[in-house]
Design a protein around this ligand. Structure first.
Ligand code: GCU
Length: 670
């Protein structure tokens, strides 16, 4: 096999009871067929049991053991709960009820997950009850795959969606669909947001057939296909002289294109758009606003219930480092806040979790809690661009939980990010979460085997934001590695520590950006300091940090009160974000009683020691799992240990040389 089944291994739980299981499923559809297939596969592996599918109730009633996939259309399809399910199991009979077919599929995956997590040896005597409605309407993955097979910020091999400018539709597509559906993902964008070359033509007859096949495979697992588009397509594809969203020829070009596209690929979900950002074309070229651009596309897609997902990652990437007033962190809010309330109903603004760019820690983007009359979706990144590139372990779910639980102080009772993106705060349904995916065609899909926990965990969290990071990790470990206690204990410990450990040996106190330019891997404290990207730490011999208070860029003021005052006041600003908001002297005393510089030294030593401990914890698991998984991961831990030391030494030595201040504990500085 060329790819792993990841958490769908279905490790054997028991072979003691081999009685046949009768599955009652009255309707036939692609999704239900897949649900039944999954039961077949899983019960065979978990228990060595066969299933028999029946359509008549009698046959089910008289069977000793059975599973009933029961459609109940009494709940409105408009409601989020169409993807919800209930499971009731007792005395060998198990009923999964849902309004929609996807809900039944999710119910099946939930049943199988719970059997494994609870280590159920005999299904026939298991009692279980669960009722779930997904927290978010949209639960998306954004792939940054290019049509030549490369992946922007890809750390797990090449694309399994594209190669040589063609779509790849094969068995791996089906496995992908199973994996993502099993955790509740319901929408995927398969191509990079930077749409160039052949990708511009994805919305042309050259690709309709393949797109159709891809869309059908995904739809059979309840997953809708989306495409990133090039805003300049009317010029590049249509031969028009302009892509001005207010030009009538441009508007009718998009309308015709959408009609054609949806007639060939009817299950398409819509478009994702990166416009006026990092060199991509957009409405600014024509003196138009982002609302002009997005609404023009929204008009074209409306007849097909298509969505336009418009990214807010728009900033000046031609900055001069001497300019201390322009602040990249301000850009999203400055660009989009004035447009609140002007976007069409089928437009959703996609906002990165922080105002910069997926650093290991950033404050929450102030557009959350700022925008009040606009559909929004949160964008996180499970591709570990800035968090170790899937060579370091960095389980991101604890970070995502913090992001979701942040109180935006927007003046509503439900004011957390999780409330806003789920649609609770403003009572809307075009919203949710998207993650930049961490997958590629490596055998294990994610480069680092433990990075599978981020793919799994993101989906689980998007479906059920109440879950804790620890619960999710525990599930993933049981399903991926089986139920051996020592594996559970060590892997859980590594995962739960890993994000903070990574933060310790890389970025102190929220400053970020001390990475090598372009590749973003490895330490280079001044790598971006004098560059044009607006990503500065402002370290000199006396102090470090960016003044974003009133005396600086004024960014703090984009937050609602009391957040703005909290960030602006150095005594109330959370210390983990101190250097994001304030420029301080190295001898500034933290609440721990340490100076900022001693804190930097200490955390870097601590972080590197923890990376070494991860290696030791892993080494104690040899022989307890498949050797190739053990070895592959061991190699990554060995690298992480050395690379963490490199981070520690480069950063600590940089500050030592700049300041001449020695480490209080006289550890080696260079
Ligand atoms: C980051 C990343 C780019 C990506 C961009 C985006 O800047 O480094 O590769 O294109 O984000 O989100 O659009």
């Amino acid at each position: 096999m060329e790819y792993s089944n990841c958490w769908l291994q279905y490790h054997s739980l028991s072979n003691a009871n081999q009685r046949e299981i009768v599955v009652l499923c009255k309707e036939k559809s692609a999704i239900l067929l897949n649900a039944v297939n999954e039961l077949d596969l899983a019960f065979h592996s978990l228990y060595g049991r066969k299933i028999t599918v029946v359509t008549e109730e009698d046959r089910y009633q008289t069977a000793k053991t059975g599973i009933y996939l029961k459609s109940d259309s009494s709940v409105s399809m408009q409601d989020n709960s169409k993807d919800g399910y209930t499971i009731t199991c007792a005395a060998g009979k198990c009923t999964i009820t849902a309004t929609g077919e996807a809900g039944l599929l999710y119910g099946v995956f939930a049943l199988l997950r719970n059997l494994q997590v609870q280590k159920v040896a005999d299904f026939d005597v298991w009692s279980f009850q669960e009722e779930k409605t997904p927290s978010n309407p949209l639960r998306m993955l954004n792939h940054w795959d290019n049509m030549d097979g490369s992946i922007e910020r890809g750390y797990s091999g090449k694309s399994f969606f594209f190669g040589k400018d063609e779509l790849l539709v094969n068995e791996r597509t089906v496995m992908y669909a199973r994996l993502v559906a099993s955790v509740g993902i319901n929408a995927v964008v398969i191509n990079n947001v930077n749409v160039k070359g052949a990708a511009t033509a994805l919305i042309s007859d050259r690709y309709y057939n393949e797109l159709h096949s891809m869309a059908e495979i995904l739809a059979a697992y309840g997953v809708q296909l989306f495409i990133s588009i090039n805003f300049a397509a009317p010029i590049e594809l249509g031969g028009l002289a302009t892509a001005d969203p207010c030009d009538s020829s441009v508007r009718s070009w998009w309308k015709k294109r959408a009609e054609e596209l949806w007639s060939k690929v009817p299950s398409l979900g819509g478009f994702l758009v990166k416009a006026d950002s990092e060199g991509r074309p957009g409405p600014f070229t024509y003196g138009r606003t982002h609302a002009d651009g997005a609404n023009m596309l929204a008009d074209a897609l409306r007849p097909f219930a298509g969505l336009v997902i418009w990214r807010c990652f728009v900033y000046n990437c031609q900055q001069d480092w001497r300019d201390t007033k322009t602040d990249r962190a301000r850009a999203g809010y400055d660009n989009f806040m004035p447009l609140d309330g002007t976007f069409a109903d089928n437009v959703i603004l996609q906002i990165k979790n922080g105002p910069m760019d997926f650093q290991v820690r950033e404050p929450i983007a102030p557009l959350f809690g700022g925008l009040k009359n606009t559909n929004i979706i949160l964008e996180v990144q499970i591709a570990q661009e800035y968090t170790g590139q899937q060579r370091h372990v960095c389980y991101l779910i604890p970070w995502f939980k913090e992001i979701l639980l942040f109180h935006t102080c927007c003046g509503k009772t439900n004011d957390q990010v999780v409330d806003i993106v789920s649609g609770r705060t403003y009572n809307n349904h075009n919203c949710g979460i998207a993650a930049v995916s961490n997958t590629g065609d490596d055998f294990n899909w994610t480069g680092h085997d433990l990075a599978g926990a981020n793919l799994y965990g993101y989906g689980r969290l998007a479906f059920d934001t109440e879950l804790s990071a620890e619960t999710i990790a525990t599930e993933w470990i049981s399903e991926t590695f089986g139920t051996k206690e020592k594996i559970q204990e060590h892997v859980l410990k590594i995962l739960m520590m890993s994000w903070r450990t990574y933060e310790k040996y890389t970025s102190p106190l929220g400053i970020g950006w001390m990475v090598k330019p372009n590749g973003h891997y490895g330490p280079d404290v001044d790598g971006y300091e004098y560059d044009r990207w607006g990503t500065y730490h402002r370290a000199d011999h006396k102090g470090i940090g960016v003044d974003r208070t009133g005396s600086g860029t004024g960014y703090y003021d984009q937050y609602n009160e009391p957040l703005a005052s909290m960030y602006a006041d150095i005594t109330s600003c959370p210390e983990e974000l101190l250097l994001f908001f304030h420029h301080v002297d190295y001898d500034y005393i933290l609440t721990s009683g340490k100076t900022v510089l001693q804190h930097i030294y200490d955390t870097h030593f601590e972080g590197a020691d923890e990376a070494e401990m991860f290696l030791e914890l892993w080494q104690q698991l040899q022989g307890m799992m498949e050797e190739d998984i053990y070895q592959r991961t061991l190699e990554r831990f060995l690298h992480q240990k050395d690379h963490a030391k490199e981070w520690r030494d480069v950063i600590n030595s940089y500050f030592y040389r700049k300041t001449g201040i020695i480490d209080q504990y006289h550890r080696p500085l260079y």
